[in-house]
Write a protein that binds this ligand. Structure first.
Ligand SMILES: [Zn+2]
Ligand SMILES: [Zn+2]
Length: 237
């Protein structure tokens, strides 16, 4: 399975990211990718990216090193109502963002029970500005995936299959459960690296092999190429 875009990449605007956008784009080009999304951590995480970064993304070239760059943000979920740190930015900063990922991160907020997990993701799916639910596999999430996955898809929100979590032993099992549930519900997904260092761009850490093993349909992967992605989200770059 070859995925030609990577919609979850970080740069060194957070101290725990180690590459520049140019380095990420250069690696993406070497790996044959058509596009990457620049999705740095929102301001609520301890070393989050300053809100001005997002508004100023309009300065970026659309294509860097032959790779289309989509301007995004990995927003932090703040509580079970589905409030994001994105919501606390002013509209000029929000206006630079074309692709919004909503994720939970330790140190900011994580649901404390499976019921709260369901409440949170039900609330997130009521919003109409989120494109992707980031790394759902990092929690005790298996109880309610049967509700969350179809609900998200009915709103046009993609479930992320996250290669960084796939290689992390703590989350691997949940990741398998998430992938299996997506297959069961024929869910539309995106497959991303969540890279924090440029060499990891386009490297799915064996998750691609697992997807092939279980015959996960390529047509459910909405970031398999740039035209498919743009059409799915009705994005005009
Ligand atoms: Zn990070
Ligand atoms: Zn991330």
């Amino acid at each position: 399975m070859k995925i030609l875009t990577d919609l979850h990449t970080h740069t060194n605007t957070s101290d725990h990211g180690f590459s520049t956008l140019l380095e990420n784009a250069t690696q993406a080009n070497k790996k044959g990718l058509q596009a990457i999304a620049l999705t740095n951590h929102g301001p609520a995480i301890e070393d989050g990216t300053h809100r001005w970064h997002y508004g100023n993304m309009i300065q970026l070239p659309r294509v860097i090193e032959n790779v289309t760059v989509i301007r995004g943000m990995e927003a932090n979920i703040l509580n079970s109502t589905g409030k994001l740190d994105y919501d606390e930015m002013d509209s000029t900063d929000q206006a630079g963002i074309e692709l919004l990922i909503a994720s939970c991160h330790g140190g900011v907020y994580q649901p404390s029970s499976t019921d709260e997990f369901l409440e949170l993701y039900t609330n997130l799916c009521k919003r109409d500005d989120i494109h992707i639910l980031g790394h759902l596999c990092r929690y005790q999430c298996t109880s309610h995936l049967d509700k969350i996955i179809p609900l998200a898809n009915s709103k046009g929100i993609l479930i992320e299959l996250n290669a960084l979590s796939y290689k992390d032993k703590r989350y691997h099992e949940n990741n398998i459960r998430l992938i299996d549930a997506c297959l069961k519900y024929n869910a539309q997904v995106c497959i991303n690296t969540d890279t924090h260092f440029c060499y990891d761009i386009g490297d799915l850490n064996g998750m691609d092999k697992y997807l092939e093993e279980i015959n996960f349909p390529q047509e459910l992967v909405m970031n398999r190429d740039l035209p498919t992605l743009l059409d799915y989200f009705k994005l005009e770059l």
